[in-house]
Design a protein around this ligand. Sequence first.
Ligand code: AMP
Length: 618
Amino acid sequence: MAKIAINIATGSLQQAEMIVGIDLGTTNSLVAIVHPETKQPVCLKEYNANSIVPSIIYFDENDNVIVGEEAHSHLETNPSNTIFSAKRLMGKSYNDIKNNASFFSYKVIDDNTESLVKVQVNNKFYSPIDLSSFILKELKKRAEHILKTPVTKAVITVPAYFNDAQRQATRDAGKLAGLDVLRIVNEPTAASLAYGLGINTDGEKTIAVYDLGGGTFDISVLRITNGIFEVLSTNGDTYLGGDDFDKQIVDYWISKNNISQALLSNKSLTQSLRLKAEEAKKHLSFNEFFSTDLNGTELSITKEIFENLLSSLVEKTINSCKQAVADASVELSEIDTIVMVGGSTRIPFIKNAVSSYFGKAVNDSINPDEVVALGAAIQADILAGNNKDFLLLDITPLSLGLETMGGLMDVLVPRNSKIPTKVGRQYTTQKDGQSSMRISVFQGERDLVKDNRKLAEFNLTGIPGMPAGLPKVDVSFLINADGILTVSAKELRSGVEQSIEVKPQYGLTDGEVERMLLESITHAKDDIATRALVEARTEGEQILSVTEKFLAKNSAIISKDEMLETAQAMQNLQLALTMTDKNLIQTKIEELNEISRPFAERAMDAAVSGALSGKSIL
Ligand code: AMP
């Protein structure tokens, strides 16, 4: 039943099912919608309030949850009960974050280094999914209060480098918060959409999205081809942002004013210094000089000094840009547009540095704190069917496939495939009477699965006893619009089937997708050689096993000489299989084939030919 609601604030009728766009950020989060009347994206905020909700969760002594500005005020006073940067923990094991463990002032559990992290507050344990769900719940509550209508559907943005596990974790957090997450969208894609890039455009555009927030820096190079967004490369530093600029100013003041270490052990003084530094930083975005008083001490700084303090950090971001452009295999001149995201891009020195590197003016007309949420709202509007001309598609960053004989990667969905997508392939068994088949799903570009990343594994059981090669197992990969993969396997003769939704155990580290792509290039030659050897060995083993069965079954029609000759050729092949010379193996396969061909032709039956054809898994 369709519901109609009235917005009490404006008196206008509202669609009951408004789909919101959510920027679930590391430090701040926002909700936006496309306004039903103006058709323009806007961030939601209470009258006279800020649209930004700090992504901070405070647990009081009774485990009550408080999110946002109020939680922020507990950061200094009760650090072990106040959780910030939960997004950094999404889909991570303790191993992934152990180098940055000191960053977290709350308790991150490390009892089992391979499993996903949990956070302990009071006597309770929370997963990053739980923590993100508290933030989303608060955003939902605020949005419902502003819109005066239930909010149950959302589009949520994630960094372009988030892997499947982190995307799935974000989606699960939405579910926990009572939100149906219709789509997970890359943050740079959303920012581009907010600038109207990729909407109703024909042809190709290359875009760089420079995102410098409070604590993280990302650069992404995107290509939009007829409305399809592809992430060509990402780079950045997950521990670099505006907070570091504040720290530079604090350190400058400490040395300039000879503030003693004894004074600095006073927590509230260091906190005041930090806040004054942030104030100075913001002021210097529009003025030449800042001066203030802290407990009778004058703290001042000029824009020029601030820019000097900043220069090496900014240079670091430009080096990341260089790397991203190189990884994307594009020329600097091919980049059509540069989009600025994140509060720190308000600093003129940074805008100038980025624009001078790319040799173009940057796009900075949209509030850099809001641009991602606004883009998410545009995507939500498209999904709501309000913009029917436009379908947003995304692309898989790495290939997906199955392990086949010899540990080879059989790619079903090549990297850069458009999603959603569905592909299938048929496999068969390798052994007679084999009743189960292991389906191991991998992600990556290398030819051997051991060099790729295992996403999931399951056993298709209950395959009725049949000779090798007879069962027909259809394996299909379905990737939905969020990039979540469902793998199904069905044995066609018996109808047994099984499927799995891929929720990898723990995530890739941030730069790992890029590393995997790079390695596939550097190892390409070795990989081709290894694949050829593994394929030759697999073929050799299959032929040996088929020949052996054949001899046992057909001894009546084979002469003694033929039998001896075949045994010799089999032995030669067996020996070749222990060596690493692919050509030798192929020669021995040929020799065995030559010898067995005449009598094989006499008795070759359908079952044997079946066993010789078709790929088998394990
Ligand atoms: P975000 O994570 O995108 O919300 O960015 C927040 C960061 O932007 C914080 O470090 C802020 O101090 C910084 N920021 C916000 N406004 C300004 C400004 N006018 N000049 C410099 N930095 C700013």
